[in-house]
Design a protein around this ligand. Structure first.
Ligand code: HEM
Length: 475
């Protein structure tokens, strides 16, 4: 008995734990199948290297990865288990239709919705989910049901017109528009956020809370389940505004809406809204862009500007400058800020590197979209680059989406299902605002809409705000 107690003394326990971690560190550094890949030693030893940038520094690991690539080259080891690549040619290899591609459960399970199309990891289960809902999102379906988009954009404009002479939070209104369209399109339900006095702003703010929740739950896996069990009021006492709103949603809405339906419609809320927010900012603070868009739109219609109905897709889709403006917006705001790691059941090859089967390997679209080699003066909003006018663009007709190095909707087996719906919303909403209104954007600069932190989605300084003084066009 005495000898067992001596064996379990604090000194021995600490010693065993120390030796365990020392051996683990040695294995990860020198013997692990990823040991030969370049990258910081600390990242190879422990996931808490990433944890430091994501939890302590608040979603900064994507920025750090960019820095690490400059130091270590195009393929790096970013954690004991995971690789990251920055090279547009490899995008075509990693995100393709043929083959078996799992998502990396560690990243996606942290949303707590593993039985959904978007966050589910397993290739086969996902295939079954996706094939069940894909027909709803086909291009033909979107064309046929575009009345939902036109009607809601008209209502959006009516609401904004009501603010003439005053200031509106254009982002709150845009969030409500995106939600009303997605909900009506997917759920067949009208929650009418566009009718709400404040556009149900709390729901937009809630999406900010999702980012923090996701980051925390990635590293502390009991965090989500523990939150679910606690009374909201209790947790809310220590939470910031975004987290409070998120908690209400997390506890209440997800109780009623099935994971699948909730995540599929949710995928269409802030994604489209945040791309539109950045586009609205640049269009309405940049007179030459606004002027050129208006010329193009005015020549596409014969009615007087102030009594316009939203223009149908068949009028808008062929307009090259409008397409170029939207494409440039999607380049700078491609919804997802984090790397989309995929796992193949076969070895992958990158140049001379063999990536062992089952290794999570990811690329970050946002880093590709802001790569100076592909897009000189990358942070500048320059639609002309898609019309062959500026450097580093090309192929505006289809929004340049076939082009290597541009993939705002992802690609391959897990590419965005809502892509055609998102395009439809963006075409119709931007055209309608440009034709009907003048805005003076208040208290914001371009950097407010740039990527600041990885919330899975793109975290910006502006958050859900785009304040603008409205007047009817020409007044
Ligand atoms: C500008 C707007 C949008 C952008 C940039 C965008 C982008 C993306 C991206 C990059 C992915 C892949 C995510 C990953 O690899 O983890 C994705 C997936 C998805 N998106 Fe979108 N999205 C947008 C709008 C929408 C809309 C409006 C809907 C529907 C209402 C939607 C529904 C989905 C769904 C269901 C998936 C999961 C697809 C799958 O895993 O099979 N998205 N989106």
């Amino acid at each position: 008995m005495e000898s067992v107690a001596r064996l379990l003394s604090w000194g021995n326990v600490v010693g065993v734990v120390f030796v365990y971690y020392l051996t683990l560190g040695f294995y990860r550094l020198f013997l692990h199948p990823l040991a030969r890949f370049p990258g910081p030693k600390l990242a190879a030893v422990s996931r808490w290297y990433e944890g430091y940038y994501d939890l302590i520094k608040g979603g900064q690991y994507t920025h750090k990865i960019k820095e690490l690539h400059k130091k270590y080259g195009p393929i790096i080891r970013i954690s004991p288990y995971e690789l990251h690549v920055i090279d547009p040619a490899f995008f075509e290899v990693l995100y393709r239709m043929d083959g078996r591609w799992d998502k990396y459960a560690w990243t996606y399970d942290a949303f707590g919705a593993r039985n959904s199309t978007i966050f589910g990891s397993d290739h086969d289960a996902h295939k079954a989910y996706r094939s069940a809902i894909a027909p709803l999102f086909s291009k033909a379906k979107i064309d046929a049901r575009q009345d939902i988009v036109l009607k809601n954009v008209d209502k959006f404009c009516e609401r904004i017109a009501g603010f003439a002479g005053t200031t509106v939070n254009l982002e709150a209104a845009t969030g409500a528009l995106a939600r009303d369209i997605a909900n009506e399109f997917i759920l067949g339900k009208k929650y009418n956020d566009l009718d709400s006095d404040d556009f149900n702003y709390a729901l937009s703010v809630a999406s900010l809370g999702t980012g923090k929740f996701w980051r925390t739950n990635k590293f502390i896996r009991w965090y989500g389940p523990a939150l679910k069990m606690m009374p909201v009021d209790w947790v809310s006492k220590t939470a910031d505004q975004g987290m409070k709103a998120f908690l209400r949603l997390f506890k209440a809405a997800f109780k009623h809406i099935r994971q699948e339906v909730g995540t599929v419609s949710g995928a269409g809320y802030e994604t489209t809204a945040s791309a539109l927010r950045l586009i609205f900012f640049h269009v309405f603070t940049n007179p030459p862009i606004l002027h050129r868009l208006r010329q193009e739109l005015d020549s596409a219609t014969t009615t007087t500007p102030l009594k316009l109905e939203p223009l149908p897709l068949k009028t808008l889709l062929p307009l090259p400058y409008l397409t170029a403006v939207l494409t440039e917006g999607l380049r700078l705001s491609p919804a997802v800020a984090t790397r989309a790691a995929r796992i193949s059941d076969k070895d992958l090859f990158y140049g001379a590197w063999r990536i062992p089967a089952r290794t999570p390997v990811g690329m970050t679209t946002l880093l590709m979209h802001t790569d100076e080699k592909l897009y000189p003066d990358a942070m500048r909003f320059d639609p002309g680059r898609w019309l062959g006018e500026g450097a580093g663009g090309g192929g505006a007709k289809k929004g340049g989406l076939g082009r290597r190095g541009l993939a705002p909707f992802g690609r391959g087996t897990r590419g965005c299902l809502g892509m055609h719906l998102a395009w439809a919303e963006m075409y119709v909403a931007l055209a309608a605002l440009v034709q009907r209104f003048d805005f003076v954007i208040e208290g914001a600069t371009a950097t407010d809409f740039e990527f600041e932190r990885d919330d899975f989605s793109i975290g910006t300084k502006a958050g859900c705000n785009l304040l603008a003084r409205v007047s009817l066009r020409g007044n």
